[in-house]
Design a binder for this molecule. Sequence first.
Ligand code: ACM
Ligand code: ZN
Length: 577
Amino acid sequence: MMAPSCHVRIQVIIGVVICACAQVLHAEPARPTLMPKPVQVTIAEGHFTITPATKVHYTAGDPRLVDAAEYLAGRLSLAFGKQITAAQAAGATKPDGAILLTTAGADAKLGAEGYSLTIAKSGVTIRASKAAGAFYGGITLLQLAPVAAFRAPAMVEGVLGAKPSVKPPRPCDAPNIPNAKPVSSLNVPCGSVIDKPRFQWRGLLIDPARHFWTIDELKQYIDYMALHKLNSLQIHLTDHQNWCVEVMKHPALTPEKQLNKADPKRIANQTYHKPARRYYTQKELKSLVAFAKKRFVNIVPEFEMPGHSAAFLRGCPQCGCSVDGKQMRGGEVCPGKEKTYQVLQGMLDEMLEIFPSRYIHIGADECGKRHWRKCTDCQKRMKSEGLTDVTQLHGYFVGRMSKYLQTKGRTLVGWDEILESGAKAGAIGMYWRSGRADKFVKMASANGQYLVMSPTAHCYFDYVQSPDKKSEPAGFGRSIITVKRTYELEPMPDYIKKTNPKLVLGVQANLWGERMKSFPHILYMTYPRACALSEVAWSPTKGRNYAEFHARLLKHLKRLDAAGINYRQPTAVDKPK
Ligand code: ACM
Ligand code: ZN
């Protein structure tokens, strides 16, 4: 005889099954978990099944469609554990059972990065005016598929897919090693997505000058950005602690072609599993640029000048200040000497060969200017140029570098100190000093200056993510930037919105490296805040709602698990109130 308790349980299960069937029969199609949220999504009945036999086709409309198609095919290959190749189908107008990327019939109003994605039982069509849009259509398609579409090996101790050989010292140093198995098919729901980004500059900054990251680690960092439709990586290649780029004309800048001994205390033991490596060869950087290009990520190199320049001055002491020919110790780059411009511009000439970016960042922040008041050459320069204080001398230096870059077809970018010292409208100002620099940003916008918003109050990813000091790895300073705080950023000041919103190119978060200890740690600091940033940078503001975002984020994190991306697990502090 069946025990009564068992009998009751079976009834309950049957009841649940009946209920579940009723729900399935009448259910609305499930709302997809897309990150960042697109402009418009319509989900219909039915699905398309992607299998290893599904073709990824691209037409001839934009020569870079091949990059978008190959990336999509590459991710599907990882999901299936089988090689899928993209192929050109020059005149194709319909997918015919394939995934088709095409410029034909694209809506030009969606811009260079917008796209439409149509999923029918008979195939998938991604239309975009430019290849970048098709690339993002492919990312959305992957997000419409089950989480397995993000399957990829994790970066472990500097090697993709390796096994840990050392116990990570802290939980945040442990790589997020995925255990997802290859799948044989991926169902994507029928429907359509129409989408375009709110901002053209959707950036992150990484800082190998404080703690060095290998080219392979940077590549993974870029790959993860692309999965979030972030498209600009500023690399802080130089600072007091280190100059990270090989410069053929000035080998003294990288004295450690074997091992940098410039500041061993600070740099030694930088990551728990590997010895310090301190500079990138030009060849490595070119390979990084090529890798990023295939993911539609622009690398904005940053070469700090005239401040944050101790490493530069160690290699080129002749570019520092002097009194009556006697070199002063430390300080900043000397804007009085012609030699300074000759060396820095010569260095930039080499860098422009590596970095095709229209935007070249020269930092120009936090410049002490302490020697400039005494230096014979600085004083001479101020007199000859009619400059009345050292802030104007800073403006003179930035203006000269800006003009130089313009002659090479590039645009100077600098932190908001360049707005304070009077940068002209040809240069782009990057707002960082929340509260302190607002008046300079306002003035700059009145002068028609382009801006990127990166305020400390929302975008400093080196600050801790929660007040829980016990479980968070130490951050920089005492500020806390929760994922909610990042999500709440509105990059467009009202006074610019009313006058000329085009002046705000976009938004960027900065992961300064002083406290970073391992690659999993930098991912931990980046995610999930970068998910919030991606939404601020990409999605329309209408309907923005943290509770809805938070629920979506919790599901999205499963993708990061499948992709081997480490992140901070949201806690009570992140829950919507
Ligand atoms: C900065 O954080 N010094 C730009
Ligand atoms: Zn000087």
